[in-house]
Ligand binder design. Structure first.
Ligand SMILES: Nc1ncnc2c1ncn2[C@@H]1O[C@H](COP(=O)(O)OP(=O)(O)OP(=O)(O)O)[C@@H](O)[C@H]1O
Ligand SMILES: [Mg+2]
Length: 462
């Protein structure tokens, strides 16, 4: 990703507000463009490059919501006819600015593809945060696009091995129901992918798929993240906030790493699941919600109960339907098709002995590790054919050892300097995107926080 200055288009019919936005954006280091209504905004988007749109909801001629729909609709048309420049348009992030009483409209906007919303009056920091979140998300979406298009199976998950075929059958069965699903499996086995497939295969697919990673959100913030809060509920709660439960109304709520949720919050969650109502923090209003919950854990649920990390009653409520994701080492026959799937996006190839090397390895990080290894290997090989020498040493090790009798050189085991440089760059970028927040950066890089700390000190990144 480049660190060039991003262009942000502000749209508001109120001249003073527009001016304020323009000044704020410039102060935050962006290049601001302004439009007084939706039509003007569309003109600008058509004629020049824009990285993100921040728009008011109520405007003459064309509301913020209509503008949003026009951007999405137009982007689709353009993508079909034109090439390079138009391709980033379907994912052009749009942030909605709205007044406090209008959260419902904001949710509507989110359902129509807005990236985020902020409530008026907002401060510069809030605006910046929303923009930087929207921009980094846009990047992920663009990168994932190939993945989405290229999926062949109706479920969109790669795998021909018997355990995966069984899993697909189970997904097809449970997806249309409202039943709660508990997905268990080691890290990187595809739990989130399965959760999304369940949502996509359900009658709720028009609603939102809202993911909450219970491990990534500080305990004291998790309750308000899930249930929302009323204005003044606690110090710092200067505005009302809609929680993920309300946002996922009519859709699917994905509770990732459920065992990391504090026990007393698990009790509140259980109540919400049983009664289909929630209360915001600091409120006494009962809000009806229609939610399908899919939960995931990379621990053994029974063990988590024994360790006091998971309430037994919640477990029985979640475990109505259980999906166990097999680790990659138990289905090595999937490695070749997964490799092909990941490499097709880069139009890279892989040699037979490299596939053999991949199959000989145990994959503690499962499919995610395979994806990362292949991505790096493709870069090192210049997107040509991946050979064993492009793979990490521990995978090639036993292959070359076996081959060393026949005089094959083993000096291919050194970590290629290109790999180090790449890793260093990815880490710096992740830290820049997350403004130095190591736990968010680790999430983005899909490595543990501990290994991020290790690499930062190893590479002396500041
Ligand atoms: N069967 C599969 N086919 C295609 N891609 C897969 C498959 N399984 C996993 N992936 C990819 O591997 C990566 C990791 O998958 P995912 O995030 O779903 O794992 P997870 O089980 O949620 O991991 P964690 O417990 O660490 O959160 C993703 O990029 C996902 O798209
Ligand atoms: Mg996950």
């Amino acid at each position: 990703m480049s660190h060039t200055i991003k262009t942000i288009l502000a749209v508001d019919d109120e001249p003073n507000m527009l001016r304020l936005l323009e000044i704020s954006l410039r102060q935050a280091g962006y290049k601001p463009l302004t439009a007084r209504d939706g039509r003007e905004a569309l003109e600008i988007i058509r004629s020049q490059h824009v990285d993100c749109v921040v728009t008011d909801l109520h405007m003459p001629y064309m509301s913020g919501l209509q503008l949003l729909k026009a951007i999405r609709g137009e982007a689709l048309d353009e993508a079909q006819h034109k090439s390079s420049k138009a391709q980033s348009n379907p994912d052009l992030p749009v942030i909605i600015v709205t007044a406090q009483g209008e959260v419902k409209t904001a949710i509507d906007a989110m359902k129509n593809g807005a990236s985020d919303y902020i409530l008026r009056p907002f401060d510069l920091e809030e605006l910046e945060l929303a923009i930087s979140r929207a921009l980094s998300f846009a990047r992920l979406v663009v990168e994932n696009q190939f993945l989405r298009e290229e999926k062949t199976s109706d479920i969109g998950i790669v795998g021909n091995s018997p355990p995966m075929q069984q899993l697909f059958d189970a997904i097809r069965q449970v997806a249309p129901e409202k039943a709660t699903v508990l997905i268990a499996g080691e890290t990187g086995t595809g739990k989130e992918l399965v959760a999304r497939a369940i949502h996509a295969g359900s009658p709720r697919k028009e609603g939102l798929f809202v993911a909450v990673n219970c491990a990534a959100i500080p305990h004291e913030m998790l309750e308000s993240e899930l249930f929302g809060h009323e204005k003044g509920a606690f110090t710092g709660a200067i505005k009302e906030r809609v929680g993920k439960f309300e946002l996922a109304d009519g859709g699917t709520l994905f509770l990732d790493e459920i065992t990391e949720m504090p026990m007393q919050l698990q009790a509140k969650l259980l109540r919400a699941l049983q009664e289909n109502v929630i209360e915001r923090v600091g409120g006494n209003r009962q809000i009806d919600v229609d939610i399908r919950v899919v939960a995931a854990t990379n621990r053994d649920p029974k063990q988590a109960i024994a360790d006091g990390k998971l309430r037994e009653d919640l477990y029985y409520r979640l475990n109505v339907f259980r999906l166990d994701l097999p680790p990659l080492r138990m289905r090595k026959s999937d490695i070749a098709s997964l490799a092909q799937h990941f490499l097709a996006q880069r139009r890279a190839a892989i040699s037979v002995d490299a596939i053999q090397a991949l199959t000989g390895y145990d994959w503690p990080g499962n499919v995610r590790e395979l994806e990362n290894v292949l991505e790096r290997a493709a870069i090192i090989s210049g997107n040509q054919t991946i050979l064993p020498k492009h793979l990490p040493a521990e995978m090639v090790n036993h292959v070359t050892l076996a081959a060393s009798d026949s005089g094959v050189a083993t000096n291919t085991l050194a970590l290629p300097p290109a790999l180090e440089a790449l890793e260093r760059r990815l880490i710096s970028e992740a830290l820049a995107i997350t403004q130095g927040n190591k736990s968010k950066a680790a999430k983005l890089l899909e490595i543990s926080e501990r290994s991020l700390w290790y690499k930062i000190s190893q590479y002396e990144i500041h």
